[in-house]
Design a protein around this ligand. Structure first.
Ligand SMILES: [Zn+2]
Length: 241
């Protein structure tokens, strides 16, 4: 067999393990996300309510200031009104005072509505905080149950990736590149397959193989790949010249 086949076979073995641990890891990560979902939802809802309350309190303060300004105008006008000797000025100021009073009344209604909304939101917020507080230990407990499994899978993946990178240095760069691309496409399936020289098909994809390919495999000088599925093809040593 070609001199690089043993390395490729070893890489394939490592990649299969890496792929399996990665699958476990992906599954665990997805599970953890699912467990955290109700917690994340309630946290978002709490944050959203806090922001709304904060915004409404600013608006509330704004309205209070507007009421104060109008009340100041009213008392200023009232003083002026009783000082004036002119009838028409007296009447105009009276109308102005009425207008300001209408404004104040309207603003007070808006203010009251805001007070009520804030109060309701604060009640809901309090309940949500209670729920979240109760939920937290339960979720942490559930997460803890497979945390170990997740950590182990993560560690294995990292170690296998490092072993693959180390072993890969033994291959010519174009061969390594081809193998990496192939591994990615094959998703855990074989990338280096033993060729059956009595058959005319690639054992990986079952597509027919040209006679020249069979000759090339037997003559182990160059690495041979399947023209259909790109798998590396090889024969055991006793089949080779
Ligand atoms: Zn093939």
């Amino acid at each position: 067999m070609n001199e690089f086949i043993p390395t490729l076979l070893k890489l394939q073995e490592l990649e299969k393990k890496r792929y399996d641990f990665q699958s476990i890891l992906d599954h665990q990560v997805a599970q953890a996300k699912k467990i955290k979902e109700p917690w994340v939802d309630i946290k978002n809802s709490i944050d959203e309510k806090k922001a709304r309350i904060k915004k409404m309190k600013v608006e509330q303060h704004q309205i209070e200031l507007e009421i104060e300004t109008r009340n100041q105008s009213i008392s200023r006008l009232e003083t002026q009104r009783f000082e004036t000797k002119k009838n028409d000025e007296f009447t105009t100021m009276g109308e102005e005072i009425n207008n300001y009073q209408d404004d104040v009344e309207e603003l007070e209604i808006t203010l009251l509505a805001k007070f009520e909304t804030i109060e309701k939101l604060e009640e809901k917020l309090e309940k949500e905080i209670e729920t979240a507080t109760a939920l937290k230990p339960q979720i942490e407990k559930e997460l803890g149950l497979f945390k170990q499994k997740l950590e182990t899978a993560k560690k294995e993946v990292i170690e296998l990736e490092s072993a693959i990178a180390h072993l890969g240095k033994k291959l010519p760069s174009d061969t390594l590149e081809h193998w990496h691309r192939l591994s990615k496409n094959k998703a855990g399936l074989k990338t280096v397959v033993l060729f059956n020289d009595s058959a005319n098909v690639c054992p990986s994809c079952n597509m027919n193989v040209q006679p020249q390919i069979k000759i090339d495999i037997a003559h182990d000088e160059n690495l041979v790949t399947c023209p259909s599925c790109a798998s590396f093809l090889y024969l055991e040593d006793d089949h080779c010249e």
